[in-house]
Design a protein around this ligand. Structure first.
Ligand SMILES: Cc1cc2nc3c(=O)[nH]c(=O)nc-3n(C[C@H](O)[C@H](O)[C@H](O)COP(=O)(O)OP(=O)(O)OC[C@H]3O[C@@H](n4cnc5c(N)ncnc54)[C@H](O)[C@@H]3O)c2cc1C
Length: 393
């Protein structure tokens, strides 16, 4: 089949890779000048198997900043959805997709010798005794799903993270030995190169301005230009998905979010133990802040704006990142060389991505992965490629 992929973020390049591997003739259209310049640019890149509900619960999300009334109905529907049995099913599906996705990532990494500044293992910090109890139940639940994870007490947590502030109140942590973190942009660019080597064609600075549904779906690149016909068009356009589908009369139940990361250079160390920051990924569940080591840098990420507020920086959310580095890893404090980044992603009510036919003939979707886009990218790409190989329902 001739397949057009719209978007060369981590989801688009992984999809292009799998589709090309399965023998399709793939062309990728990306409006930016290289892969991973959208939400895949500087996200913290936590890859935690079995992680269906970041922070173990929805309650830790910060929605105050940038909050707009028009998004209230989405919040209401998301909270209602999270109480139902359907949510349990969605969580189970997302969990198992994170597990298969990470497995696929490791296969690709080993075969193609990818180097994306990966760190192994992740700790979810727990600040209250109640969280430790909940984490124990959660770990037991995950063990049944085949995910290796266990609860560490305070001493074990501190031994695993010597740079943690001695005065930070920590009661323990949830340890995921199979988790990883890394540089999502580097990973995406290497995946792009391998997809290209396998035969995929990438068109950068090529914005798709229109789509046409049908047995030979169309991709239009410039207003007024002749559209190109394919056998299938796969949308991997991240937060721009709604804009692309709207002219076809299609609206997906996806909500746009923005969040921040701060990448801070670190002193070169004599040994791996003697670090100013963590040597493995840390997720602070109650504060909704992550810390990921990237070579000689530390990436701290958090803050949430509900809705699309463009590139403007919300100062309180930015300042919160600085405050938390100081409270958690005081020796890793920024010295003026740090880089602030704001990225946008979109998520469904129940946190499950939308993978499969769009409802418009010939147009397929691999979107709505939320805060787990990279964690789900390799698995979603495989699912998508397998679905495309079967007859359209
Ligand atoms: C602060 C933050 C923290 C995050 N933390 C994590 C994490 O810890 N773990 C994790 O797994 N994920 C995390 N995520 C999510 C994740 O990293 C990103 O959301 C993910 O990389 C998005 O991948 P994507 O390919 O779907 O979208 P994008 O990377 O945004 O790619 C979509 C691409 O489509 C292109 N495009 C859109 N419209 C068009 C068009 N009309 N024509 C041509 N091209 C088009 C865009 O230019 C873009 O390059 C985080 C995100 C943010 C913002």
């Amino acid at each position: 089949m001739r397949v057009a992929v719209v978007g060369a973020g981590v989801v688009g390049v992984c999809s292009a890779f799998e589709l090309t591997l399965q023998g399709h003739e793939v062309e990728v259209f990306e409006r930016h000048s290289s892969a991973a310049e959208g939400a895949s640019f500087a996200s913290p890149g936590l890859l935690i198997p079995g992680w269906a509900s970041p922070g173990l619960a929805m309650h830790g999300r910060r929605m105050a900043a940038g909050f707009a009334l028009r998004n209230l109905s989405w919040v209401y529907q998301a909270r209602t959805a999270r109480r139902g049995a359907e949510q349990t099913l969605a969580d189970t599906q997302v969990r198992s997709l994170t597990v298969s996705s990470l497995k696929r990532l490791q296969e690709i990494e080993n075969k193609y010798e990818l180097d994306y500044e990966a760190s192994h293992g992740a700790l979810v910090l727990l600040h209250h005794p109640k969280e430790v109890v909940r984490a124990g139940l959660y770990a037991a639940d995950l063990a049944q799903a085949g995910v290796d994870c266990g609860v560490l007490d305070e001493a074990q947590t501190r031994a695993a993270t010597p740079a943690l502030h001695p005065e930070l109140k920590v009661h323990g942590s949830l340890f995921y030995p199979q988790a990883r973190s890394g540089h999502v942009r580097l990973f995406s660019q290497q995946m792009r190169a391998h997809a290209q080597r396998l035969g995929a064609r990438f068109h950068f600075k090529s914005e798709v301005t229109g789509l046409g549904a049908g047995s030979k779906p169309l991709v239009r690149l410039q207003h007024g230009s002749n559209p190109a016909a394919f056998d299938a068009v796969l949308i991997c356009a991240g937060a721009q998905t709604q804009k692309l589908l709207a002219p076809l009369g299609q609206h997906l139940a996806l909500q746009t979010f923005s969040s921040y990361s701060l990448t801070v250079p670190q002193r070169k160390q004599d040994s791996e133990q003697d670090t100013d920051g963590p040597s493995q990924a840390i997720w602070d569940a109650s504060k909704h802040i992550s810390y990921t080591p990237l070579g000689h840098r530390l990436r701290v990420s958090g803050g949430l704006e509900l809705g699309d507020f463009g590139p403007s920086i919300h100062e309180a959310l930015r300042d919160r990142l600085y405050k938390h580095i100081g409270e958690c890893f005081p020796r890793a404090t920024p010295t003026g060389q740090e880089q602030l980044w704001k990225g946008q992603y979109c998520a469904s009510f129940n946190g499950a991505p939308i993978i499969g036919p769009s409802g418009q003939a010939g147009i397929w979707l691999n979107v709505g992965h939320g805060m787990q886009s990279w964690a789900l990218a390799c698995g979603s790409a495989l699912v998508m490629a397998d679905m495309l190989a079967k007859p359209t329902p």
